[in-house]
Write a protein that binds this ligand. Structure first.
Ligand code: GLU
Length: 283
């Protein structure tokens, strides 16, 4: 019988807030309900925003809340060779291409189009660098330009065929590799991306159930696409509702008053903090 493994994957770029506590609790409860393992993994690829003291603050908040992980998985900064190898494989199969565009160039290009297709995160990349010849690419690389690497979503779609994913709350979805267009799989500044890293990490960590906020539901199309392309196992998914702030918007790091640290400093107990969270989507 497969032992259920869930993970909580915060970025150590700020203190945990109630939204994180809820995400951790959902992953914890799902694992415990099936005598499985709840694990902690720091998503720290964006090293420009990571601060060392947030790792310990997060561990301490989880301990305070009684959401103790069975173990801590290697953080992303320790896994960069695996990300590079996956990119090399995708490149050798011509499934990704280098993109030299700046944000401003993309905006200028989009402004000239009469209609620009949109995805869940806005206008899709207009494909400027997709048409570069081998010689043009080499010339730019030789000039020292660092490219981002984008998925060729049309080639990916041909390979992905009729894949699907199931979400405990939202139902079953046909994977649409075209939904996000030629999405970036390696950013210029960090050499990888959330999408690539999380897909490889979840596979390598043998996560059976990915639980996370429903703002990432659409991103799962990218992750399932990568799983098919890289021959990785498909976990089950649960995208839970987000904890909203007083303004009805998603809680963000800037909502420091609602950080767990702050609530603790006000003298709140763990059951009191947990009571502030929405009901569990597990019922
Ligand atoms: N680091 C992401 C977050 O804090 C988690 C994404 C995921 O669980 O896949 O929202």
């Amino acid at each position: 019988m497969t032992v259920i493994r869930t993970r909580f994957a915060p970025s150590p770029t700020g203190y945990l807030h109630l939204g994180h506590a809820y995400a951790a609790k959902v992953a914890f409860d799902l694992a415990k309900r099936h005598s499985g393992d709840f694990l902690l993994r720091f998503e720290d690829i964006d090293h420009t925003r990571v601060r060392p003291h947030y790792y310990d603050a997060c561990r301490d908040d989880l301990r305070f809340l009684g959401l103790l992980p069975a173990g801590e998985l290697p953080a992303q900064l320790e896994r960069t060779p695996a990300y590079r190898r996956a990119l090399e494989e995708l490149e050798s199969r011509h499934l990704i291409y280098p993109c030299f565009c700046t944000r401003r160039e993309i905006e200028a290009e989009l402004a000239q189009l009469t209609s620009a297709p949109h995805g869940p995160d806005g206008a899709l990349y207009p494909g400027t660098c997709k048409g570069l010849s081998e010689a043009q690419r080499n010339e730019r690389l030789a000039s020292g330009a660092t490219p981002a690497w984008r998925l060729d979503c049309e080639k990916a779609a041909e390979l992905v065929g009729a894949a699907h994913f199931d979400d405990f709350i939202h139902g079953s979805f046909h994977v649409d590799p075209l939904l996000h267009g030629d999405v970036i799989l390696a950013r210029k500044d960090i050499g990888t991306s959330y999408h690539l890293a999380v897909t490889l990490d979840d596979a390598r960590d043998e996560i059976t159930h990915v639980t996370r906020g429903e703002d990432l539901l659409q991103a799962t199309h990218i992750h399932r696409t990568l799983q098919v392309l890289l021959d990785l196992p498909a976990p089950a998914y649960l995208h839970h509702p987000l904890v909203l702030g007083p303004d009805g918007k998603r809680l963000a790091k800037r909502d420091q008053p609602r950080s767990i640290q702050e609530l603790r400093a006000q003298g709140m107990t763990a059951p009191e903090v947990l009571q502030m969270l929405p009901a569990s989507p597990l019922g």
